[in-house]
Design a binder for this molecule. Structure first.
Ligand code: BTN
Length: 326
């Protein structure tokens, strides 16, 4: 654990009681002046740390910033996702960063957040707007033991994980639109972009990119998106500390990833079905220049959507843009 993370961990543990500079210095094995320098740096990041002659240092407020060491220190037990974690102030796309790490041979599980992205991307070549400090823009490197055909399982499982984390942190009840949109009151709050590098029968790596709109107000959203996009703040009427959400997301993602890797996708797909707003609906799926219409019947054991067409045929859909027809 870094010095900053150790200091923050102790400050959280002692709460109002406070901890002296001398005690922190002895825990860290550094001088009191060195502790003071770290406290100053944390203050510069926005941590409100009071210093009193009687109680020592007391943590009064934490800023809504993502601090990699602090997140790692607070994460607790995980299996793979979040084993390593980095926060960029700005990047083109966190998926680009993960791709470079993957090519360099970095182990799976590493997670990269950015406070803002200058070239965030969505599915089907769309642009993903990522304003600084208002959302969670992050990507994870995975090296699953799945066939390339089963990658849809990862997208579906990730959508379940995101829905669970939103629910536990906000009490909102998100729905899932197949395969990867998280919906609140009919509007999209989160998108997932799964990018795959594979050979015929083997996945080299998967970049799982997730964008969650957290603290935007309606004024922060571009007018053309108001009818289709939303944020947790707009839906709940309050702001949400992004670090807490980030930790819940990492835990849920780690859990579903473990299940998918150990052949437990069926259990996740039951949860997916109960949260899905697509099943039973008449939908239109656009995939490349092909459009198929029908009723969404079920999810198969690889995460594909089974669509009953107007002609009674069952089509297996692996990707595409879904519109629910009224
Ligand atoms: C979609 O719904 O079209 C998927 C959107 C995915 C956006 C996230 S934000 C973090 C990661 N980096 C990107 O450039 N895209 C994903």
């Amino acid at each position: 654990m870094t010095h900053d993370a150790t200091i923050l961990t102790h400050l959280r543990r002692v709460a109002d009681t406070g901890v002296s500079g001398a005690a922190l210095a002895s825990i860290l094995g550094v001088s009191r002046a060195a502790v003071w320098a770290r406290i100053e740096e944390l203050r510069r990041l926005g941590y409100e740390i009071e210093a009193s002659p009687h109680r020592g240092y007391v943590l009064r407020a934490v800023p809504d910033v993502l601090h990699a060491d602090d997140l790692l220190a607070r994460l607790g037990k995980i299996r793979i996702i979040g084993r390593d974690l980095r926060v960029f102030h700005e990047t083109t796309s966190t998926n680009d960063v993960i791709e470079r790490l993957a090519i360099d041979g970095v182990a799976e599980g590493i997670l990269v957040f950015a406070e803002t992205q200058t070239a965030g991307r969505g599915r089907l070549g769309r642009h993903w707007i990522s304003p600084p400090g208002l959302g969670l823009w992050f990507s994870v490197l995975l090296r699953p033991k799945l066939s390339p055909m089963a990658t849809t399982q990862l997208t579906v499982a990730s959508a379940v994980a995101v829905a669970r984390a939103i629910e536990s942190q906000t009490q909102l009840k998100p729905q899932i639109k197949w395969p990867n949109d998280i919906i609140l009151n009919g509007r999209k709050v989160c998108g997932i972009l799964t990018e795959l590098s594979a050979e015929m029968d083997r996945i080299r790596y998967v970049t799982l990119g997730i964008g969650l709109d957290v603290n935007q107000t309606r004024d922060d959203l571009p007018p053309e998106l108001l009818a289709i996009a939303t944020s947790l703040r707009i839906e709940s009427g309050r702001t949400h500390p992004r670090a807490n959400l980030a930790l819940a997301l990492i835990h849920e993602l780690d859990e579903v990833y473990h299940r998918v890797n150990s052949g437990g996708f069926a259990r996740i797909s039951d949860d997916w079905a109960s949260r899905c707003n697509t099943l039973g609906e008449r939908i239109r799926v656009r995939s490349g220049d092909r459009t198929i219409r029908g009723t969404a019947e079920a999810l198969d054991d690889e995460g594909a959507l089974l669509l009953r067409t107007e002609h009674g045929r069952l089509e297996r859909i692996l990707g595409g843009d879904v519109t629910i027809e009224k």
